[in-house]
Design a protein around this ligand. Sequence first.
Ligand code: T3D
Length: 265
Amino acid sequence: MDENPILVEQRDGYRVLTLNRPQRLNAFTEPMHVALRDALAAAENDAGCRALLITGAGRGFCAGQDLNDRLSQAGDTPVLGSALEAYYNPLVRMLRALPFPVIAAVNGVAAGAGCNVALACDIVIAARSASFIQSFAKIGLVPDSGGTWTLPRLVGPARARALALLAEPLPAETAESWGLIWKVYDDAMLMEEAHKLCAHFAAAPTAGLALIKRALDQSWDNDLDAQLDLEREFQREASLNPDYAEGVRAFMEKRPPRFSGRRRS
Ligand code: T3D
């Protein structure tokens, strides 16, 4: 068993989680799922954590499910619904619901569930050498971890279909130009840029950002009328947070704001 399938690093105002099974391109096993779930819960419970950075150790980001755990004996076919219910679905739900921005720094190949877990993060940046692969079709599976929901919304139905049906690697630069991800950086610059983003969010009005995440997610289910109502309610809630008053004061006084983030001041 791997000793530390998830490395956790505490920074000033944010945490870094590194998927750490480099010999298998950080493919998911049950212990890795459990460690990741615990690390996400710990970050959520830490009021001082205002952003999360997820990346991979070694040359890959994540190659999806570890297929060593899915090799079946003759006559013994693994049935996968329960693995999604127990691990992948809660992981994606948890990432979407975290009350602060989650940044994926895709340092290398992101395949299968590894690709879709990255795409479930709020901001995805990638090394120029990275690639994104919906590998599922190559082994007779269906994109999971939210892929069938995320892909058409990010890149439109034509590209989503081809990505899912062909399972071809999509180079990071194309992923950026298609709007699948936010930005591509030279490999040597990726982590520096990722830390810059996190440091920015560690000083941001976190409660307001959490409302932005929820509003954007809920917009997919709403018509314009319902979304306008939701914006009214969320704006009301945002304005009750002391960070709003501080933001306005700082602007008027021409100084940088001092946001309380997740702590009520
Ligand atoms: O099962 C369920 O619970 C349902 C959920 C499913 C979710 C899924 O993610 S299904 C999709 C699973 N993932 C894949 O099918 C991807 C398999 N991997 C690849 O196609 C390739 O490895 C990559 C395209 C990602 C990278 O290719 P390349 O040439 O850069 O590297 P490589 O040589 O293939 O891999 C390096 C090592 O990692 C290699 O081991 P070795 O030969 O050096 O000992 C390879 O076997 C291992 N590895 C890569 N991906 C996986 C893996 N080992 C186990 N599981 C993997 N997914």
